[in-house]
Write a protein that binds this ligand. Sequence first.
Ligand code: SF4
Length: 357
Amino acid sequence: MTHPFAERLMAWYRRHARPLPWRNTRNPYYIWLSEIILQQTRVVQGQDYYLKFIETFPDVFALAKADEQQVLRLWQGLGYYTRARNLHYTAQYIATELNGKFPDTYQQLLQLRGVGKYTAAAIASFAFEEPVAVVDGNVYRVLARYFGEETDIASPKAYATFFALAQSLLPADQSATFNQAMMEFGAMQCVPVSPKCMFCPFQLECVAFATGRQAQLPVKQKKTKVRPRYFHYVVLRSEEGDVWLKPRTSNDIWKGLFDFYLVEGENEVVMESALLNDPLISSLRKEGTEESLSKQYVHILSHQKIYARFHTFVASGSLIERLVEKNAPGLRKIAADELTAYPLPVLIDKYLKETHF
Ligand code: SF4
């Protein structure tokens, strides 16, 4: 028998679900794309990216064949670029190793790179109707409030606790609808701030509503620490109209994207000495190159706050090439009007736009 909570939740969903482009499809490729795009992204923003992706890469073979730069370029602005690289890797894996056939069980889906428990459950239930519950921030919130469940959602046992609860409510023959309904209910009705309790079908049984604890549930104790970073970018511009970009290859943020020559300091003071000691900057100054400094840009990522300045040096192309070869051989010379063809972090894109580069 379907649990009364599930009945009422699905009834609510049938009346209020938004007509999103990835709903009403059983195609696991589309579902997978939408779920990866929507991680850490608002639905309104994610929708445009999703449509762009399926138009450019209509199936897993098309995505597998693309080069990484093209994928990152399309992804630009969504952040968390590891997701895009994993997406590309997994498409290649499915196209070549599995002959394009998507794994069709929760356990097999979990083996794919970039696919965690939440995404595996979403694909397994939406595409294959496997009865496995999705658990994300929306689900934590709805269940914590409705049942008055006080497990700290940042604690290691939170996932297992809420998964067991969600799984006990899930109707085996309607897992897709139930999971979609949970997520939609959390996104539209039982929202983090000011949930719409006055028009809620669960008003009579909801523990949070009865006890006025909507703002205290779900419980979340730990706060993630944000690390400040100090970036000083060196923008080399030749009088002939070229600039020098650097591919980001190390295991840091923005791997696979391009930015400028970068000097990083531990704080503002250390930054000054890092600049004085940098071989490329010292040799540019020795040559009497024209230079200018931008305002400070502050760019916030999930665990990092970046304070950046852009230091522009303008000189003849031959001089820059000589200094680059000696002091910064990884830089790549490109024509300034080709910059937009490269995948760039949002911070760099913003600087280019603001300065009408
Ligand atoms: S009554 Fe309020 S807190 Fe409870 S489930 Fe409904 S919207 Fe959420």
